[in-house]
Write a protein that binds this ligand. Structure first.
Ligand SMILES: C[S@@+](CC[C@H](N)C(=O)[O-])C[C@H]1O[C@@H](n2cnc3c(N)ncnc32)[C@H](O)[C@@H]1O
Length: 265
């Protein structure tokens, strides 16, 4: 079958299934199969003509609007499922998580965006139950204190237990709070996860209180059926760098620093 038709079918089928299912966790094999197939299919749809076709097809507009929210719920469930699974094992290996290679590759590309800067703290807003990014940063940026922020107490509890299991409790501080209330320190890099809610308020608070840098996980092309495109800061920050679209990574990431030129004007 032609790729664009194959993708259209995968999007429609996932949307129909996820809308009908009560249980979006990986324990539901139908959800698992459908999402795995959807992610694999969209990974092959990176060419501008195929992704342009999918994004502009009016018959897929409902899917484009609603499917990312369902995928987000499934992702939260998947993270909790995997966090419990890893905590329960005698030996805890993060690389057993299905999407570990993807996160490792994303973190590697993101680190290149700030390779000439050093931060005393790196925070991750919307970190979830399985904050792989935070753990990878704890290993790869040994001088920085890592902070995970999430308003879901169950996710925070699981992330803390996982941190203990990995012997990273001293390095990774999990805070159960709304990211809208989080006040970063001066020399801090703040990372906004792809599923962070209330970004605009987060940006406006950072604009007023924060002198450090900001990194925003975004979604482009056909992946916008999995994650909505991120709202981006419109003032106060200047985009310095961005990761390229790459089949090994679902998200693209933008790196910002305070826009001191315009602040002074
Ligand atoms: C599935 S998760 C983790 C993100 C994902 N692993 C990533 O790398 O982008 C998204 C988490 O964001 C949290 N979240 C969303 N909006 C938030 C906010 N305004 N404040 C705190 N936590 C938030 C949710 O509770 C959820 O646990």
């Amino acid at each position: 079958m032609e790729l664009r038709k194959e993708a259209e079918q995968a999007i429609r089928e996932s949307y129909a299934l996820l809308s009908a299912e009560q249980n979006l966790s990986p324990q539901n094999e139908r959800v698992n199969r459908s999402l795995t197939h959807l992610v694999r299919t969209l990974t092959r749809c990176q060419s501008p003509d195929v992704s342009g076709y999918l994004l502009q097809t009016p018959e897929l507009s409902e899917e484009r609007e609603t499917l990312p929210g369902l995928c987000g719920q499934a992702e939260c469930e998947m993270e909790k499922f995997w966090a419990r699974n890893l905590i329960s094992r005698a030996d805890c290996h993060l690389d057993e998580f299905w999407y570990y290679p993807e996160y490792r590759e994303l973190c590697r590309a993101e680190k290149e965006l700030f390779e000439n800067r050093s931060f005393s703290t790196i925070s991750f807003l919307g970190a979830g139950a399985l904050p792989i990014t935070a753990f990878l940063l704890a290993y790869s940026v040994p001088d920085a204190q890592i902070v995970c922020v999430d308003y879901d107490s169950e996710a925070c509890d699981l992330a803390r237990q996982l941190g203990q299991k990995l012997d990273l409790s001293d390095r990774v501080d999990v805070r159960c709070m709304d990211a809208l209330q989080y006040d970063p320190r001066d020399n801090e890099l703040v990372i906004c996860a792809s599923l962070l809610q209330g970004r605009e308020q987060v940006y406006s608070r950072l604009r007023r209180h924060h002198q450090g840098a900001l990194m925003v996980r975004d979604s482009e092309g056909a992946y916008q059926f999995l994650y909505k495109a991120a709202e981006l800061p419109t003032s106060g920050f200047r985009q310095i760098a961005k990761t390229a679209m790459d089949p090994r990574r679902i998200n693209t990431t933008r790196y910002y620093e305070p826009d001191t030129m315009n602040a002074a004007a």
